[in-house]
Design a protein around this ligand. Sequence first.
Ligand code: DGL
Length: 278
Amino acid sequence: MNSPDSNIKPIGVFDSGYGGLTILKEIVKELPQYDYIYLGDNARAPYGTRSFETVYDYTLQCVQQLFSMGCELVILACNTASAKALRTIQQKDLPLIAPHKRVLGVIRPTTEIVGNYSKTKHIGVLGTTGTVTSNSYPIEIEKFYPDYTVHQEACPMWVPLVENNEFNSDGADFYIKKHLDNLLLKDKNIDTIILGCTHYPLLINKIKQHLPKGITILAQGEIVAKSLALYLHKHPEIESKCTKEGSIRFFTTDSPENFDAAASIFFEKKVQSAHLSL
Ligand code: DGL
């Protein structure tokens, strides 16, 4: 089941669990012609509270697995992995293990375009503890928009709410309101908020309910999909290696039955996965 099909060179999409499916969904809408493999490391999720070393080790292992399944290009559809592992993988590991393959993340495409939305130049970022403490968002935003002010808020309860199917429950309101209030207390001029975790789009209705009108909420799916389309256009040496039969395969490191039941909520379509041992 895990052996590579030598004729298929899919684009790999990786997340610690289900969240990356919100990204894959939009990528497939934008670029339906390609083949895809999704890998969710559900057995070791969540990543958001783990150390740099652990997130890096797990992410590298999953990237290598996707390479061994024929991927020439892997998207880290996880902010925590993008924040804590991407740079080291790109700079240190790829030149040694696969110099012609590519790994891309979700933070850069999101930070690049915040200027299209913010008038006040005050940005809020919501993410896991790992993403927030890495400071990746403020660092990346500063590269594109040095005069912007960025405030962050870690929301450690939001991923468990989503993973436990409690994202529409009354109980969710408490933690959603708490973190939005905290963020806006740090800076009342914020007019654009980045959902810097791929799980958070499932909370968007409740987030909207608890935010004052006039604040733009940026979810990453469409942004990453459009950025990938542009990347493939600009990099024919990678694009030409990706096969185009329109297939999608799903793998999880945990139980496929559990994965399939929850994944369809994130992917908005029925999902049939297979187990993968790392
Ligand atoms: N989906 C991950 C992210 O975007 C968070 C989930 C986790 O903590 O594993 O950061």
